[in-house]
Design a protein around this ligand. Structure first.
Ligand code: AP5
Length: 194
């Protein structure tokens, strides 16, 4: 099974690259941002709490996320070729919890970290904000999301570096070029394990 943890700042291209990776390797795509936005769209009480957090650009508490991931992994069909974890983990605690969960199900993952310059991130998200309708795609919230990323998510790079499965990618290039870098990493991993 091929599991990819796709990490990177807001606007680094996680969702965009997940589509290419998913189609090329037949993997499932789990975007925790989409799961949370789905809960908001349902109009539930939980969705209202989540909306208040996301619209400010903060992270949803770890405790709320653990169940989402555990249920997802426990429910995977036997013939699943693997998953792209897009936007999870986002804290060291989430990373530790995911490692334990994957071990429980005898799975492994490689972590691909999309590195993109801050000005480019802001430019991309402002541009997307013109059409996305996302409450968090405005300049103030974008800046806050990037600060949250630096404080809470960036440290997971050291976690995966220490665990030997960390693969940085230069995400400043056009979409197809970034995908080629990712493909090289995944193909190397496949040939190492075959
Ligand atoms: P989430 O939905 O994951 O948002 P995000 O991390 O802020 O990422 P984005 O979706 O904004 O960007 P992306 O990296 O996917 O880039 P994309 O491909 O879209 O999370 C939203 C919120 O949910 C979080 O803030 C948090 O509150 C909560 N949440 C989610 N997961 C959580 C967790 N695990 N724990 C706690 N809270 C959690 O691209 C962006 C734009 O750039 C697009 O318009 C695209 O077309 C363009 N683009 C992409 N790549 C390129 C390129 N190479 N060149 C030019 N343009 C490009």
């Amino acid at each position: 099974m091929l599991n990819i943890i796709l990490c990177g700042a807001p606007g680094s291209g996680k969702g965009t690259q997940s589509e290419f990776i998913g189609k090329t390797y037949g993997l499932k795509h789990l975007s925790t941002g989409d799961v949370l936005r789905g809960e908001i769209a349902s109009g539930s009480e939980l969705g209202k709490q989540i909306e208040a957090i996301i619209s400010k650009g903060n992270l949803v508490p770890d405790d709320m996320m653990y169940g989402v991931i555990e249920n997802y992994i426990a429910g995977l069909p036997e013939d699943c070729k693997g998953t792209i974890f897009d936007g999870y983990p986002r804290t060291v605690s989430q990373a530790e919890s995911l490692t334990k969960l994957l071990e429980k199900y005898h799975m492994e993952a490689i972590m691909i970290d999309l590195m993109v310059d801050e000005q480019l991130l802001i430019q991309r998200l402002i541009e997307r904000g013109k059409v996305s309708g996302r409450a968090d795609d405005n300049l103030n919230t974008i800046r806050h999301r990037i600060a949250v990323y630096h404080n809470q998510t960036e440290p997971i790079a050291h976690y995966y570096l220490h665990h030997g499965n960390y693969c940085p990618v230069n995400g400043n290039h056009p979409v197809p070029d970034v995908f080629l870098q990712i493909k090289r990493i995944i193909d190397n991993n496949i040939s190492r394990n075959s």
